[in-house]
Design a protein around this ligand. Structure first.
Ligand code: SF4
Length: 378
């Protein structure tokens, strides 16, 4: 295989749960739509400039949908400007203050993250739902093990999958009673066992799209591992229509990790998929530093393609056969370059990184041109 086209190998197939599709702005979520990658800004929303700058960085990393907190009226006031500047749909994160929900819907949010059971009377819920309806706004119900309703905690004694699912079903019923159906649901927990069990049960109980997340997962490394185990498990079972990796790291890192997760499962393709070895005494060049530099310098590539970077001939030729571009370390500072899986030419140590960047850019341009031709012919 020398391209990132979806493989037809049956042992790689993930059969996705059939969910109903909703729209978050112009982005479809659920059904057969690609699984979307979300993140959340951490700038004060009232500082529209800083928030827009952060959104730009996330857009460059490939974010599909972005959430911003709206804790106060200054935030919902800034939201209009943020929505206008953003190239991706904005989800307004609302807790308790139903008025912020109405203001956010009116400011152009594509979705409200709000739990209808937490905003008071039926009249208030109706006002928020009406604002969502009249502004073409979806709703995301976000159940979280850390903030389960008191009555459910009393009933179940502790956060458990059944409690999370019951909470979700209660919120869903409120929206359905108001004849509102453009919603997606999350049942997040920081415990992977709890989150996986809750999402699995919910997936059987409802047909709406599911927003996956392992909440408060931790820092970049620990949180990535935890999220990959929890969300990876669910995604592998076909559950999940949109994902947010929650890390104590910059939002663009969350986007990158989200993509890597989906790429590893063949559920999305974007940018360069790097296959590289851990390096050892046999390496013909400094594999670790080379891969670090290449990952940084190739971040701008959006076209899906693969690159193998291996320190020596033990596994280099084998991996290169399966990737679009391959480099295998050789002796005396001279390394073999493979194109489309076939040995092509040598490159010297000092020129290697620049050379690979150029090759990847050229390959991306070639793939894009071929895709444009196919599109033009259709
Ligand atoms: S490919 Fe070569 S350099 Fe890399 S880890 Fe394997 S044996 Fe070591």
């Amino acid at each position: 295989m020398t391209s990132e086209n979806p493989s037809l190998r049956p042992w790689r197939d993930i059969e996705r749960r059939q969910s109903r599709q909703i729209m978050v702005g112009d982005v479809p979520v659920g059904g057969d739509a690609p699984i979307t990658v979300q993140t959340m800004t951490n700038t004060p929303t009232s500082d529209a400039g800083a928030t827009i700058d952060q959104i730009r960085r996330c857009e460059d990393a490939g974010v599909d949908i972005i959430r911003v907190s709206c804790p106060d009226v200054e935030s919902t006031s800034a939201l209009k400007q943020i929505v206008r500047a953003s190239r991706v749909p904005i989800v307004a994160d609302i807790h308790f203050h139903y008025k912020r929900g109405i203001e956010a819907a009116e400011a152009g949010a594509a979705c409200l993250r709000i739990n209808p059971g937490n905003i008071g009377s039926s009249a208030r819920v109706k006002e928020v739902v009406d604002a969502a309806k009249s502004n073409g706004c979806a709703i995301r119900i976000g159940v979280n093990a850390g903030s389960l309703e008191k009555d459910l905690l009393e009933k179940y004694g502790e956060p458990c999958p059944e409690a999370l699912v019951e909470s979700a079903l209660d919120h869903i019923k409120i929206l359905q009673d108001h004849d509102f159906h453009e919603f997606k649901v999350a049942v997040k927990a920081s415990d992977v066992f709890l989150a996986v069990a809750a999402y699995s049960q919910l997936a059987d109980a409802v047909d709406c799209p599911l927003h996956l997340g392992i909440t408060e997962a931790g820092g970049l490394i620990g949180g990535t591992v935890k999220s990959s185990i929890g969300m990876g498990n669910l995604l592998w079972a076909g559950i999940g229509d949109t994902i947010r990796v929650s890390l104590s790291a910059e939002p663009e890192e969350e986007v990158r990790v989200g993509y890597e997760m989906l790429k590893a499962l063949g559920l999305r393709t974007r940018g360069v998929r790097v296959v590289s070895c851990p390096s050892c005494a046999r390496q013909g060049f400094d594999v670790i530093r080379t891969v670090q530099t290449l990952e940084e310098r190739l971040q701008h590539i959006r076209t899906p393609l693969s690159l193998s970077v291996l320190g020596c001939v033990v596994n280099g030729p084998g991996e290169a056969r399966e990737t679009d571009i391959g480099i295998t370390g050789g002796g005396k500072g001279k390394h073999m370059v493979y194109l489309s899986g076939v040995t092509d030419h040598h490159v010297e140590d000092g020129d290697m990184v620049d050379h690979i960047v150029k090759l990847v850019e050229a390959k991306a341009a070639e793939i894009e041109a071929a895709e444009d031709q196919v599109e033009a012919a259709e």
